[in-house]
Design a protein around this ligand. Structure first.
Ligand code: HEC
Length: 125
């Protein structure tokens, strides 16, 4: 059996399609930050104390990033940002370094877990 040339070329195209290069996000060669809206603000705010890598290797929801910032402000000497700067930072981080698809959800807090049936209760007689 002979396939039509047009069918052949369509098959070739289908085979080639997945190999077509996907444009990678442009990254700042110096810090590795993805170049997108707000990245310079994040570079200026987030690389004074530690490597940009500590930021770029992390990911999380907007809330997780906010918690991290509050934690650094409370314990690591991170200064306060004005509202506009903080919004720029959170927009950038939650968009470019947001929760990963298929990431495991964080563990449930102890209070939401059922009692372990194999552990003897301290309160039982
Ligand atoms: C005033 C200093 C300072 C600045 C500025 C700063 N951080 Fe940090 N950050 C720290 C310190 C200290 C740690 C703990 C480092 C360690 O554990 O080795 C840390 C840790 C982290 C971590 C890792 C947390 C973990 O769970 O391991 C991330 C992510 C992070 N910072 C992101 C940021 C972002 C985003 C910014 C900008 C908004 C920022 N940092 C700006 C001091 C700072």
């Amino acid at each position: 059996m002979r396939t039509q040339p047009i069918v052949q070329s369509l098959l070739m195209l289908a085979l080639l399609a997945p190999v077509a290069p996907v444009p990678a996000a442009e990254k700042d060669p110096e810090t590795g930050f993805i170049v997108a809206e707000g990245w310079e603000t994040v570079r200026n705010s987030c690389t004074a104390c530690h490597s940009a890598k500590l930021v770029t290797q992390n990911s999380g929801s907007r809330n997780r990033w906010l918690e991290l910032i509050r934690w650094m402000q409370a314990t690591q000497g991170l200064w306060q940002f004005d509202a506009a700067t903080e919004k720029t930072i959170l927009d950038y981080l939650s968009t470019q370094y947001g929760s990963k698809e298929g990431a495991r959800r964080p563990p449930l807090p102890r209070a939401l877990l059922p009692d372990n049936p194999y552990k003897p209760k301290l309160t039982s007689s």
